[in-house]
Design a protein. Structure first.
Length: 390
């Protein structure tokens, strides 16, 4: 049985203890032709690949048509925290709706209640969902031939660690609703796996993608080749990540984010904290990034953002995510978590002001979302503005 909250750390432990983890991946439907994953990369490997299909994966700070979110659906998942996490989601939706359109996906039977909670500035549409993690369930949007299209990454409950039958259909439902073309891929991944500068550079943790629970039998080179094809990126910066310690296998969006082309923000443990797998992951990422260049050959500038003092935060739980890196860039605003350590909160907000000038910096308390192992970025998904944005 899962714990009361869909903890991205504790759920994995309890499922493993019960012997319920299943290896494997969900492929695209058989009626669609897909590249053969068994074929090796073309001569020269991924470094020889170039974006010849005219696909571009834009940066989050570019203009949005709308933000997608999802309504937490089940007491079986959240238990006594269901009301609290719904309050967090409603507050976040109302805040983002002050800057751009917000579309909230909700089960039909829950749509009216979600609308009342979020207010009339949020559009609630009936779509079957299991949980709130729109970053991972909604397709990754790209631009091609002057149109916005969606890459369906075959969401599988983070490698079949949880049952997400309804969420597996969210990407197709969103594309159908807005009349956008679907780009199929044999890869299994989630939107939180990927971070881009909009100029051809992609950051990704190897642990969350090159993993038999999602992409069995596929090498890193083969996966990189497919990412170049469907996302239009020309350089992939691979970070080691952490395997098997949280439900996502360490998505990049709690570790490092672009603030601008050539500028990366990097999560750091609270000073003086004991060394653990997460702090070692951040140090490994720092070593990679300090010697890396982006797709245009520019050396990366690294800006570290320390986590808050764990003794001063207002949230609790073994899976509580206290990384400021799980922020969301909307039109004219940046939304980032506020954890209750005033000094650390103020420092993170100032770093955001420095790197996102001209945008309002909006701190929000999201303790229940964070106790479930996620954050603001995990709960939102941007659709870029464009001729086909609708």
């Amino acid at each position: 049985m899962p714990p009361a909250a869909p903890s991205r750390r504790t759920v994995l432990r309890s499922l493993a203890a019960a012997g319920l983890l299943v290896a494997g991946a969900t492929a695209c439907s058989p009626d669609e032709a897909e590249p053969d994953p068994a074929q090796p990369p073309r001569p020269g490997g991924p470094t020889a690949a170039r974006n010849t299909a005219g696909i571009r994966f834009g940066a989050e700070w570019e203009n949005h048509a709308r933000t997608f979110m999802a309504w937490p659906a089940s007491e079986n998942v959240w238990g006594s925290q269901l009301d609290g996490v719904r309050q967090d989601i409603a507050g976040l939706a109302r805040a983002v709706a002050g800057y751009e359109p917000v579309v909230l996906l909700a089960r039909e039977a829950q749509a009216d209640a979600a609308q009342r909670a979020c207010g009339n500035d949020v559009e609630v549409i009936p779509v079957p969902v299991d949980d709130l993690w729109a970053r991972d369930t909604v397709c990754v949007f790209v631009e091609q031939d002057g149109k916005v299209k969606g890459v369906d990454l075959n969401f599988s409950g983070w490698g079949h660690k949880q049952e997400h039958t309804a969420d597996a259909g969210v990407a197709r439902a969103v594309l159908a609703k807005y009349g956008l073309d679907r780009i199929a891929t044999p890869l299994v991944a989630e939107g939180g796996s990927f971070e881009t500068d909009g100029q051809g550079t992609l950051m990704v943790t190897e642990s969350s993608v090159v993993n038999d629970n999602r992409n069995p039998g596929r090498s890193r080179d083969q996966i990189e080749q497919e990412l170049r094809t469907v996302l239009g990126v020309t350089k992939v910066l691979w970070l080691e990540g952490v395997r098997g310690k949280d439900i996502t296998d360490a998505h990049v969006d709690c570790l490092t984010r672009f603030a601008a082309p050539g500028v990366v923000l990097l999560d750091q443990s609270f000073p003086g904290s004991p060394t653990d797998v997460w702090s070692r992951s951040a140090e490994q990422a720092k070593r990679v990034l300090k010697d890396a260049t982006d797709a245009r050959g520019k050396q990366l500038q690294i800006v570290e953002i320390p986590q808050p003092d764990p003794d001063r935060i207002t949230g609790r739980g073994d899976a509580f995510v206290s990384s400021y890196l799980n922020f969301y860039v909307a039109n004219k605003a940046v939304f980032l978590p506020r954890f209750g350590d005033q000094r650390a909160d103020d420092r993170a907000q100032q770093i955001m002001r420095d790197h996102f000038p001209g945008r309002d910096i909006v701190p929000l308390t999201i303790d229940t979302i964070a106790s479930g192992g996620g954050g603001i970025h995990c709960s939102t998904h941007d659709q870029p503005a464009g001729p086909a944005a609708g």
